[in-house]
Design a protein around this ligand. Sequence first.
Ligand code: HEC
Length: 105
Amino acid sequence: MCVMASALGADAGRGRLLYEARCTVCHGTSVHLRETRKARSFEGVRAQVERWNAELGGAWSADDIDDVTMYVNNRYYFFPCPDSACGSEQASTRRNSKQSRVDRQ
Ligand code: HEC
């Protein structure tokens, strides 16, 4: 397990396990690195993770989605993680109040 992100609001090590268990059936690295990729920000990545979770039946909690977003972002996108997402343990509560800004596609 990756302990690097344990001081942050989300746990990328846990996110990796969730992602690998459920999401690598269809895609590995390439979908996240393609020229035309959709995610353009940390929140954009999160919106895609939310979307795929919903498409697959919506089993994940908001915390699970945060963890997977952190993992995917740390591994592929490298967008700056906003304080609202990574700054504290209250990250998911605070970010939820901003969710209307998230660009859903
Ligand atoms: C049924 C196959 C399938 C599964 C299962 C799947 N994906 Fe995807 N995913 C795709 C395809 C195809 C695309 C590219 C086309 C699109 O974005 O609609 C994509 C795109 C994405 C993107 C956007 C990449 C970008 O920046 O353009 C993210 C993020 C993503 N998937 C995350 C996930 C996560 C997280 C899961 C697990 C909950 C998941 N996917 C499960 C097929 C799948």
